[in-house]
Design a binder for this molecule. Structure first.
Ligand SMILES: [Zn+2]
Length: 333
């Protein structure tokens, strides 16, 4: 279905909408995803606020990573972006305007499955601009206590995750996926978020996760051996698959597809953000390339435009979708 090495940028064929409950507020949230011009990137708009402020889906906009990933500040923020971002990146959407009328993306069923169905319903269309891709050329590693993430060169996008929980249900799980074709929708998209029942109860006591219920979260029993959801798990290792989903969604905030092999152990949103900053701080380990041509088989020979910044080389100004509605200069493929 999708390929990181497609040379052209893509947007949606048409606008699509859905509504669902906000995980934290418990209120109904309306979401509309619209096509957007080439080079404008993925950008959220809070259409319930005066002036409908734009919040670019970019790592330098992240303001909170405690329970989910939140981008934007003050009133103009949007939370729980990761599942939708994973769906957009995995479906190969480079440019979209995402309208939401609340400070959070609807949780739907706790996975990216409903967003993938929504995007497939819209379809995608190529645009007359080349896609920029972040190609890893040397390993970058980030550690934080027992958490570790690293990325190394790879001619594709491969994501591996590992968790190690002190219980008899999850225990140690590993999952690895090469994101090409339909692999994301088949193996990852439907994996749901999860939590221990006592954690959910504590969140409720603090006025959070008010929209959380057994329709949108896997609730792990107090005994830590079973789950409360009567229909059971969608995959025997649904937990690590969901962690991989979160990682894909957070890494989408880099602002473009990545060519590399990512491996994360015992990580969450906070480590994902710190890792992206680590990548940005090491421009000697990556290059931003512009894909040219019509096929992907000889893409390495087609990498004609190395756009790594010479001065300082921070990735942020290179990939920040400053446009958010404005059409930036377009390079025909
Ligand atoms: Zn998640």
């Amino acid at each position: 279905m999708t390929n990181h090495l497609d040379p052209q940028q893509y947007t949606l064929n048409r606008s699509v909408s859905c509504c669902g409950v906000g995980l934290h507020s418990g209120h109904t949230v309306n979401l509309t995803i619209n096509p957007a011009p080439a080079n404008s990137g993925l950008c959220f708009f809070r259409i319930d606020l005066p002036g409908q402020p734009a919040i670019p889906a970019h790592m330098d906009q992240v303001s909170d990573t405690r329970l989910a990933t939140t981008i934007g500040t003050g009133e103009a923020r949007v939370s729980t972006t990761e599942h939708l971002m994973a769906a957009l990146r995995s479906y190969g959407i480079d440019n979209a305007h995402i309208e939401v009328d609340a400070p959070e993306i609807p949780i739907m069923d706790g996975s990216a499955g409903p967003f993938m169905l929504l995007l497939k319903r819209a379809g995608r269309t190529p645009q007359k601009s080349c896609r920029k891709v972040l190609r890893i050329t040397k390993e970058i590693r980030y550690t934080d206590g027992t958490s570790e993430i690293k990325i190394s060169p790879y001619n594709g996008f491969k994501v591996s995750g590992e968790i190690d929980f002190d219980d008899t249900l999850i225990k140690k799980q590993r999952y690895s996926i090469d994101l090409s074709g339909d692999s994301f929708i088949k193996e990852i998209a439907r994996a749901r978020t999860f939590g221990y029942v006592e954690q959910v109860e504590e969140l409720w006591a603090n006025g959070l996760a008010l929209g959380g219920n057994l329709d949108n979260v896997i609730a792990i029993h107090w005994n830590r051996q079973t789950i409360l959801n009567e229909d059971g798990l969608r995959f025997h290792d649904e937990f690590i698959r969901h962690k991989v989903l979160d990682l894909i969604g957070d890494l989408a905030l880099i602002g473009c597809p990545i060519l590399g092999r990512v491996s994360a152990s015992r990580c969450g949103h906070t480590q994902h953000l710190a890792f992206m900053k680590e990548i940005a701080a090491h421009p000697e380990c990556w290059e931003l390339i512009e894909l040219k041509g019509n096929g992907h088989h000889s893409v390495l020979k087609q990498m004609v435009s190395h756009t790594r910044s010479a001065a300082g080389g921070m990735i942020l100004p290179l990939l920040n979708p400053q446009g958010c509605g404005k059409t930036l200069s377009q390079t025909p493929c």
